[in-house]
Design a protein around this ligand. Structure first.
Ligand SMILES: [Zn+2]
Ligand SMILES: [Zn+2]
Length: 148
């Protein structure tokens, strides 16, 4: 999905579920890590974490967009736009927005930290811990191993 398609989607949801136009910009922001989306108070733009779509599905994306649109419309109307505000809770329930964005999958932590390579045959060895290269030799050719 492109930023243009996202923008179009936000405009449509705003009109259909909030009966009010979305007059600012929505775009994907891959730098969002722990949140599904963010409404920017200063610019009124909405950032959406692309993982809501890639890690989850369109229904998840929809819930997050509605959530951000609740912030958006309430803030512009000078009503309670924060999570703890009654206005926010009421509107969110009314449009069926998600209360919490699901946590994006974290990048799988690297399984190894050290890469060793045989100096003779080039065989690579991935290890989580350091190993004493004076005590170990290549399992394939018995050549010397060195940390890469
Ligand atoms: Zn929020
Ligand atoms: Zn070797």
């Amino acid at each position: 999905m492109t930023d243009e398609q996202l923008q179009q989607m936000v405009v449509e949801i705003s009109q259909r579920d909030f009966q009010q136009p979305f007059l600012h910009q929505a775009y994907f922001n891959a730098r969002l890590r722990t949140t599904g989306g963010r409404y920017q108070l200063e610019s009124h733009n909405i950032d959406i974490n692309p993982k809501m779509l890639t890690d989850f599905n369109e229904a998840t994306l929809l819930g997050v967009i509605k959530h951000e649109l609740c912030h958006y419309h309430l803030h512009l109307a000078h009503r309670g736009y924060r999570h703890r505000d009654t206005d926010f809770k009421r509107l969110l329930a009314q449009v069926g927005g998600s209360r919490y964005a699901p946590t994006p999958k974290q990048k799988t932590t690297q399984a190894y930290r050290y890469l060793y390579q045989c100096q003779r045959c080039g065989q690579r060895y991935y290890r989580k811990r350091r190993m004493d290269t004076t005590r170990y030799t290549c399992g394939r050719c018995r050549g010397p191993i060195r940390l890469v």
